[in-house]
Design a protein around this ligand. Structure first.
Ligand code: F6P
Length: 354
């Protein structure tokens, strides 16, 4: 078992689900669990420890991961390390040396691509979809997402009171990498007036129009939920290379500060930026994520007991489902501008700056 990539809430709860599902259904002497430390690093360099069912007891509510995690970019997996070690071969060797029946891999998109590569190399793989970004194709929900929505929503809730006392514009910058799910959900839940997400490039003049509309209507403050990956219409037209060059010259550390400066300059209203950052990945998993991971873990255990491998275990329309890894690896689940939830948000007057 290993946890790879950025951590999130409910990683431990998911591992607990898998191990409980196996230990309840197997004689004690037929279950051996090896935990690899710090993601694929542990599998590459043979850093592991043998665990028992007891190690997975009492961790349902514990944030982080008892195995540790690290980012091992997929694009570097085929590149030898600084000592010339072939990482893929090293992972395979450790797998065979330990005579593993399967590898249970918990992680996001990058992790999933490597999991699929190992599957193509002949290893037995089960993948569980973890990420606060909810951007994994083939599952309605990833674990960590709802817990992060709760934290980002709390941040917006707290900003509400101070924003109203000072008649200011506040920007809360929400994580989510290249997708807007987290910002969209936290923005709606927190009652944000403007929501900016990567999938709907914004026009700063439309953002300002929305603020002015509120000011005219006698509202003293405006709250923006801005995704860390939000992008202006102008920048969205640039190639990757051109954008990189442009951003090099940008004096602002993040998109929220750039938007704040433009609003302040064009409206004269004071603007403040709040970045909850990694707090969004911290703390205990929310009840939804505890239930989700217990179900995904149990479904993964069932696959393992049936010797069925090469799947991600996801949830679709409320039912756990095995989805062939080869069908989903490398695909990103993004917010569509035509999504019902976006239309409903617009219906109640939330601006997306488009
Ligand atoms: O993928 C999860 C995530 O928290 C993203 O929302 C964010 O862009 C990224 O990880 C931050 O990564 P790191 O922890 O490496 O700074």
């Amino acid at each position: 078992m290993l946890t790879s990539g950025g951590d999130c809430q409910a990683l431990n709860a998911a591992m607990r689900g898998v191990v409980k599902g196996l230990s309840f259904n197997l004689p004690e002497d037929q279950l051996e669990v090896y935990g690899f430390s710090n993601g694929y690093k542990g599998l590459i360099y043979g850093d592991y420890r043998m665990l028992t069912a007891k190690d997975f007891s009492g961790i349902l509510t514990k944030g982080g991961t008892i195995l540790g995690s690290s980012r091992q970019p997929f694009k570097l997996m085929r590149v030898p390390d600084e000592n010339g070690l072939d990482k893929v071969e090293a992972m395979k060797q450790n797998y065979y040396k330990l005579r593993l029946d399967c590898l249970v891999i918990l992680g996001g998109n990058g992790t999933q691509k490597t999991a699929n590569l190992l599957r193509e190399e002949g290893l037995n793989i089960i993948h569980l979809p973890k990420t606060i970004d909810n951007d994994i194709w083939g599952t309605d929900m990833t674990f960590g997402f709802e817990s992060a929505v709760n934290i980002a929503t709390d941040a917006i809730d707290c900003i509400h009171t101070t924003a109203s006392s000072h008649n200011r514009v506040f920007i809360v910058e929400v994580m989510g990498h290249k997708v807007g799910w987290l910002t969209l959900h936290a923005g709606i839940a927190g009652g944000a007036d403007i929501i900016l997400i990567p999938e709907i490039p914004y026009d700063i003049n439309k953002v300002i129009e929305a603020i002015n509309r509120r000011t005219k209507a006698g509202k003293g403050f405006t709250i923006l939920a801005v995704a860390e990956g939000a992008i202006s219409k102008e920048n969205a037209k640039l190639s990757k290379k051109e954008l990189k060059e442009k951003l090099k010259k940008n004096p602002h550390p993040a998109v929220s500060y750039e938007i704040a400066a433009a609003i302040q300059e064009k409206t004269g209203i004071e603007v403040r930026v709040t970045v909850p950052g990694h707090t969004q990945r911290g703390g205990s998993p929310c009840p939804y994520d505890r239930v989700l991971t217990t179900r995904l873990g149990a479904a993964a255990a069932k696959l393992i007991l049936n010797n069925e491998y090469g799947y991600m275990v996801g949830i679709i329309n409320g039912k756990t489902k095995k989805i062939p890894l080869g069908e989903v690896a490398g695909k990103l689940k993004m917010v569509s501008p035509d999504e019902q939830i976006v239309k409903e948000a617009k219906m109640i007057g939330i601006s997306f700056g488009d």
